[in-house]
Design a protein around this ligand. Structure first.
Ligand code: UDX
Length: 447
């Protein structure tokens, strides 16, 4: 099948590469000329395991090509995906200008009927708005084309986007009116394998499904973080509590890891956008508000531990920071807890020596050259002349540490862990003080 995709961000690019990989013929359109020229050389603009290999293979096989020519994109296929960004507006609602710019482009260039599939995370009612917009533009031009608009939200996670796309747990198709699902079964057949993955519903339910899924996951995280804060005060261990509740199959083990808060491009933005949508519908979503405020507080948690340990005086201290990305296997620092900590440390006159396996370039793009930030080439180098170690992302490579070296390097022999990657007693035996989340600090000198 021939497919055109507008937008070469995480969602558009991954979708394009995976659809080409299963045999479809895909044309990708973006307005960014530099990005398109890189992509045509098989260079991925974002770090995502497996993506570049798929891009190169399918470019070479002729199943995938990239263009800035929107007219070529619209003419190429009957099936057109919209996969452009919906960043937060000043008031937290989703900024839909890119989605509607693509809608205008489709209306302008289409000479035959299209099936427009919206993959961008968009407020409830967007598919219907796109349909009305297309029809209105065509009517103004006295043209009549039978445009179908469908909502098909994306559930991929950064760091495993290719895998999530190739092996989806479900494919949500939101169609209004009399649903003709044949085209979608054909489009997604290779991803369904032996098990039908399509769930067909109306477009509004499909749009809300996306927000509800992310809100549910974020709720779990804020819930466990709230329990972690309680556990600390009650002398309990959140890691034990997590195992205890996760073993209940109704609860399960996923997304109940306590930590320094959720970040990334989806949860914070989608929860805010859903709150705006709710307000517009005259409803006050108390739970979503609490999820967000618990997360906001949690992002300051590591800093609070640091301040407590140093009795509020951080001036002139140097902190080794392991992990800057909002989670492992990505270079993305959007809404990352590391940003809150770095800025709080700097405000108190402290210095930072930071290492991340992938996000160094992003960190230097965000913070440029500053005297109080030293971006170093390894986790060991970060420890040089530091007073304390702070862990903010649970990269696999951080889980095995040479504690002898850590003890030797750190002036103050103290570790602040925002992801609970170590066993407290083990660190205490190694002669280190250790603060984690939802567990009592260990190894502190007795007053
Ligand atoms: C999320 C959704 O998982 C995905 O389905 C959706 O399409 C986009 O948003 P992503 O933002 O890539 O994906 O990351 P995810 O793996 O969900 O993690 C989000 C944040 O939650 C990270 O900062 C992570 O560290 C944090 N997290 C996750 C926790 O603090 N505890 C957990 O138990 C799980």
């Amino acid at each position: 099948m021939k497919i055109t995709i507008f937008g070469t961000g995480y969602v558009g690019l991954t979708q394009a590469a995976c659809l080409a990989e299963v045999g479809h013929s895909v044309c990708c359109v973006d307005t960014d000329e530099h990005r398109i020229s890189q992509l045509n050389q098989g260079l991925s603009p974002l770090y995502e395991p497996g993506l570049e290999a798929l891009l190169r293979g399918n470019l070479a096989a002729g199943r995938l090509h990239f263009t800035t020519d929107a007219g070529e994109g619209v003419a190429f296929a009957k099936v057109i995906f919209i996969a452009v960004g919906t960043p937060p507006d000043e008031d937290g609602s989703a900024d839909m200008r890119y989605v509607f710019a693509v809608t205008d482009t489709i209306a302008e260039h289409a000479v035959d009927a299209k099936v427009v599939i919206n993959k961008s995370t968009s407020p409830v009612g967007t598919a219907q708005r796109i349909k009305a917009h297309l029809d209105a533009v065509l009517a103004r031009q006295r043209r009549q084309l039978d445009m179908q608009v469908v909502s098909n939200p994306e559930f991929l996670k950064e760091g495993s986007a290719v895998d999530d796309c190739m092996r989806p747990e479900r494919i949500i198709i939101g169609i209004d009116g009399e649903p003709d699902t044949e085209l979608f079964r054909e489009l997604y057949k290779p991803f369904s394998r032996n098990h039908e993955k399509l769930i067909v519903m109306d477009s509004r339910s499909a749009e809300l499904t996306k927000y509800a899924a992310n809100s549910m996951l974020a709720t779990r995280i804020s819930f466990i973080n709230e329990m972690a804060n309680l556990a600390e005060r009650l002398g309990a261990d959140i890691e034990m509590v997590r195992k205890g509740i996760g073993s209940d199959s109704r609860i399960g083990y996923d997304f109940i890891y306590a930590g320094c808060g959720y970040g990334g491009s989806c949860f914070p933005k989608d929860i805010q956008a859903l709150q705006r949508t709710a307000a517009e519908a005259g409803y006050h979503p108390q739970l979503l508000e609490a999820v967000e405020s618990v997360n906001h507080r949690q992002k300051h948690k590591v800093f609070e531990n640091i301040k407590r340990h140093y009795n509020g005086d951080l001036n002139g201290k140097t902190f080794a920071v392991w992990g800057l990305s909002f989670k492992p296997n990505t270079d993305d620092m959007r809404e990352a807890p590391s940003r809150v900590l770095l800025e709080a440390l700097w405000a108190e006159g402290a210095r930072v020596r930071a290492f991340d396996p992938e996000a160094m370039q992003e960190a230097s793009r965000l913070y440029g050259a500053r005297l109080d930030l030293h971006l170093v080439d390894s986790k060991e180098e970060a420890l040089d002349n530091a007073h304390a170690l702070v862990i903010l992302t649970e990269w696999l490579n951080f889980r095995i540490a040479d504690f002898g070296l850590v003890r030797q390097c750190l002036h103050d022999k103290v570790v602040f862990d925002g992801r609970n990657i170590f066993e407290p007693l083990h660190l205490a035996r190694e002669g280190l003080a250790y603060y984690s989340i939802g567990r009592a600090p260990v190894g502190l000198a007795q007053p």
